[in-house]
Ligand binder design. Structure first.
Ligand code: CP
Ligand code: NVA
Length: 335
């Protein structure tokens, strides 16, 4: 099993054994960090991280992970580089690949991260596109392992926009790792049929079960994990908010869902989350839509504050695990 020189663009490119190996490496690096054992094993290397969209966790995870490994890091934001404006993605890739040992990309089109991977000649890591968010899944699975001890057979329910980057990538990851995956969402927000078929095919080999339902009681019954994400993703126009709130109001993760799941159910979210009135967007949407849609009146959208702050919620451990798992991906593909 060799990782060196490989890109990390979609989980579809990795076998269950390889994913397991990356999770084992993450656990080791996390322990070393906690025990104060330095692991600056890549001191002669430098990476560049390209962000066309905002980020807190992914950017910081790449920066801290790289620095812990002894690497230099350059951040290029939505403005400030020539990419896309005066220079194509393919040309940018060929320039950066000659200066850096690895490239992270967060942007819109999956085809852009694939083009980088094709032309850079060094590993390219997908830090989120409209279609996939594969490094997030490693952090999510490490967190589930820490709480449940296994991934196989874990009853995992994803609630909300099941055809966004998170819905797609979690379904792929669950299929690869033999999980019991449910997408609980209105039918119009189920993943693309072609991707479902691909995942069902993977599931035949791994024993994974994939269920799609619009029924909240059925979808959350006896769940080990309830997971949700924002109703409107980065890059979508603000006009879709009202339509999405109308579609998803009944899918807001609340205590009734938690009570319908197993007693020790964990609540997960990739973050950032709208669970109270402490964000600009949350306040704006609650003042615009709160009178028509009671559930969002207080700024709570995809999850209630009660669930988010409850003992079931593991979201901050999950966020921390972004760093340990991203570090493992860089380590494995560069060392
Ligand atoms: N979960 C996640 O990717 O967070 P950021 O947008 O803050 O990177
Ligand atoms: N679906 C969300 C994930 C954020 C980490 C988005 O793309 O905005």
């Amino acid at each position: 099993m060799s990782f060196k020189g490989r890109s990390f663009i979609t989980l579809l490119d990795y076998t269950p054994e390889e994913i397991k190996k990356l999770l084992d490496l993450s656990t080791r690096l996390k322990k070393e960090k906690y025990d104060g054992i330095p692991h600056k094993v890549l001191t002669d290397k430098n990476i560049v991280i390209l962000f066309q969209k905002d980020s807190t966790r992914t950017r910081c995870a790449f920066e801290v992970g790289a620095m812990d490994l002894g690497m230099g890091v350059t951040y290029l934001g939505p403005n400030g580089s020539q990419m896309n404006k005066k220079e194509s993605v393919a040309d940018t890739a060929r320039v950066l690949g000659r200066m850096y040992d690895g490239i992270e990309f967060r942007g819109y089109k999956q085809s852009d991260v694939e083009t980088l991977g094709k032309y850079a000649g060094v590993p390219v890591w997908n830090g989120l596109t409209d279609m996939y968010h594969p490094t997030q899944i490693l952090a999510d699975f490490l967190t589930i392992l820490e709480y449940k001890g296994t991934l196989e057979g874990v009853k995992f329910t994803y609630v909300g926009d099941a055809r966004n980057n998170m819905g797609n990538s979690l379904m792929i990851g669950a299929a690869k790792m033999g999980m019991d995956f449910t997408a609980l969402a209105p039918r119009s927000l189920w993943p693309d049929q072609e991707l479902i078929d691909k995942c069902r095919q993977i599931g035949k080999e791994t024993g994974a079960k994939l269920t799609f339902t619009e029924d909240v009681a059925e979808g959350t019954l006896n769940a080990d994990v309830i997971y949700t994400d924002v109703w409107v993703s980065m890059g979508e126009p603000t006009e879709v908010w009202e339509k999405r709130v109308k579609l998803l109001a009944d899918y807001q993760v609340d205590m009734q869902m938690i009570k319908n799941a197993k007693d020790d159910v964990i609540f997960m979210h990739c973050l950032p989350a709208f669970h109270d009135s402490q964000t600009d967007v949350g306040r704006e949407m609650s003042s615009k839509l709160g009178r028509r849609y009671q559930k969002v009146a207080t700024g709570e959208m995809e999850v209630t504050d009660e669930v988010f702050e409850s003992e079931h919620s593991v979201v901050f451990q999950e966020a921390e695990n972004r760093m340990h798992t991203i570090k493992a991906v860089m380590y494995a593909t560069l060392k």
